[in-house]
Structures are given as C-alpha cells and as structure tokens.
Ligand binder design. Structure first.
Ligand SMILES: *Cc1c(COP(=O)(O)O)cnc(C)c1O
Length: 327
C-alpha cells in the first residue's frame, strides 16, 4: 500500500516488552510499546506524525513551522526541537492566560528560541485557526514561507505516523511469534488512534484498537477520527467503507478535565512507577493506563490473550505538577 514519504527523525523501532508484575496482578498479559523512547528532545508520539508533516513542509520549501497546543504541549515542544534540528524557525501558539515562568515542555521551547504567541483559553478555543493563518500571512508578507501543522499533527498526513507504527507492531509480532489482539492508546487529538485504526482496517489485521479519551467525549472523537481516516484515504487514493461504530473509544477517564488531575490519578502514577519502574505522564498516559487497568479488572478484555499498551510519552509534563503530589 502506497503511503506518503517521510523524513527520519524518531529512533525506531521502539522497544516492546511484557509488564510482568502487573500482568500477574491482573491475570492478563500486558505488553508495553515504549513510544516515550522515540528520542529525548523528540520523545513521545508526536514525532512519528511530524516525520510526515515536516516532509511535506520541506517539500513546500517552508522556513517556519507554525503549530499550537497547551502551555505544556508535547507536540509543540517536539515541533520546536525538530525545527531547531533542521535549521527552521518554529512559531508556537500556546494556550495560557498569562505568560508563565517556563517549566517542563515550555522551558524546552524557550531553550531553542521558539517564537511563542500566548492565547487566552477563550481565544484559543474560538480563534485558533484564524490566529495561525494570520501568523502565516505575517511571515508571507516578509517573503518567508510558513507551514501550519494542526493541533497534535492529527490530520490526514500526520496520521501516517501511527499507520507506520502499526507496521512496526506487525514486524515485532512476526519476529517474536506473538499476536497482540488488543492495542490500547490515549486519545488527545485523535491522530494516534486513527493511524493505528487505518492500518488495521486496510491490512485486515483484525486487532481491536481501543482508545481512552482525555478530553471531550467518545462521540466527539468518533467523528474526528472518522474525518482523519477519510483524509488519509484521499491521500492514498483509496476508499474503504467502515462504520463510525467500529471506532472504540472508552469514555470516563477525563477526570477533572484536560490536563487537570485528581489525587487518585496522581496516586496511580506512583503505583505504576513503584511497581514497574515506568513513569506515566499526568495528562495522557496515566488516564489511559488507569482506564485499561480498571477495565481489565471489570473483565472488559477477558477475550484478549495479549494486550499492547502504547506509552505515548509526555514525561516533561510531569515535572511542573510536582507540588500536586502527596508524598
Ligand atoms: C498528544 C499526546 C497523546 C494523544 O495523542 P493524539 O494523537 O493527540 O490523540 C498521548 N500521549 C501523549 C504523551 C501526548 O503528548
């Protein structure tokens, strides 16, 4: 199957291994794919999508990468780092009502001299696309080509990052003589799930792809993911029918809201850290892992022989939350 070209930025393939103690505790085989190890500066899932988006940007001779996200956006940080590596400029539109003292991902953005426009919560919600277009026009007035990467690089092109990841999973299975019947990932802007889903659909891998959303709700993401999958199919010049109901997103783990935490989520991060030596991030993977954990306890995955959890990264977002933990 022909998919768009990419540049190589991430350290791939990422490792896969069994989480022994938790598998025993829950009486279910749980494996983890460490996509938090795609790099240090680039770490996490966004770099896979950026490999495709940035290829496109370079094809169009862009000198500036414009993107957006929360103040602790992993995606914005990965974009800023890629821009630095490739000698491009990055311009980030970050959601924040004030200009905070830089910490975590935001600190890394500052280190590589990313240009930052801060938007209030309200403006970010209502005016984001317009603002990014406006910034692009400002550059173009000066004769500088800019390329806009949407939120989380979750569009038809960025989608191939996790299409590619599914190929990697299949290669691992063939090499190690194992089958993962269920693949679990966090859903934040939808592009990780949609890439896995698209590959699974086209190549008939017959896996259950399960997402846990950390913002909005499952209905919102079913629409969004359907749209991204169709965009990618257009780029591939194919059309495969599927129903929105094939998209399985499990609601109920947003907690207090996007990027906000409850004490039980933070305790869960401590539990997994202590029992497995794996650090989950507070915004995405902790909520998803907790969802997986609780659903295994409820026997939701009892038909699965081997579950694969994708650790999508986010470590830098943990440090600014240090004072929320109860030690
Ligand atoms: C962005 C992000 C996600 C969510 O992935 P989407 O493709 O946006 O749904 C999950 N985990 C981490 C650490 C992220 O930064």
């Amino acid at each position: 199957m022909k998919i768009p070209k990419k540049i190589n930025l991430a350290f791939l393939p990422t490792p896969v291994y069994k989480i022994e103690k938790l598998s025993k505790e829950l009486n279910q085989n749980i494996f983890i794919k460490r996509d938090d190890l795609t790099g240090v500066e680039f770490s996490g899932n966004k770099i896979r999508k950026l490999e495709y988006a940035v290829f496109q940007a370079l094809e169009e001779n862009a000198e500036v990468l414009i993107t957006c996200g929360g103040i602790q956006s992993n995606h914005a940080r990965a974009t800023a780092m890629v821009a630095a590596k490739l000698g491009l400029k990055s311009h980030l539109v970050l959601r924040s009502d004030s200009i905070p003292y830089p910490k975590g991902n935001h600190l890394l953005d500052m280190l590589v001299d990313a240009e930052i426009t801060y938007l209030s919560q309200n403006e970010f919600q209502n005016n984001l696309e317009f603002k990014m277009e406006e910034i692009k026009k400002e550059y173009e007035k000066k004769g500088i080509k800019a390329y806009i990467i949407p939120l989380g690089a979750s569009n038809g092109i960025g989608n191939f990052g996790y299409y590619n990841c599914m190929d990697e999973i299949i290669e691992y299975e063939n090499k190690n003589n194992i089958t993962f019947d269920t693949v679990i990932c966090t859903v934040g802007s939808g592009g990780t799930f949609s890439g896995l889903f698209l590959n699974n659909l086209i190549n008939k891998h017959n896996k259950k792809i399960i997402g846990f959303n950390v913002s909005n709700d499952s209905d919102y993401f079913k629409e969004k993911i359907e749209e991204i999958v169709h965009e990618s199919m257009d780029l591939m010049n194919i059309k495969i029918e599927f129903s929105k109901d094939d998209i399985e997103i499990i609601d109920g783990y947003v907690g207090r809201g996007y990027a906000l935490n409850t004490s039980s989520e933070l305790e869960f991060i401590k539990k997994i850290a202590k029992s497995e030596g794996i650090i989950l991030d507070p915004v995405y993977t902790a909520k998803c892992f907790k969802g997986m954990y609780e659903n295994i306890k409820k026997d939701r995955f009892k038909d699965s022989t081997n579950i694969l959890f994708i650790h999508t990264g986010g470590l830098f977002g943990l440090f600014p939350k240090a004072d929320e933990f109860d030690f």
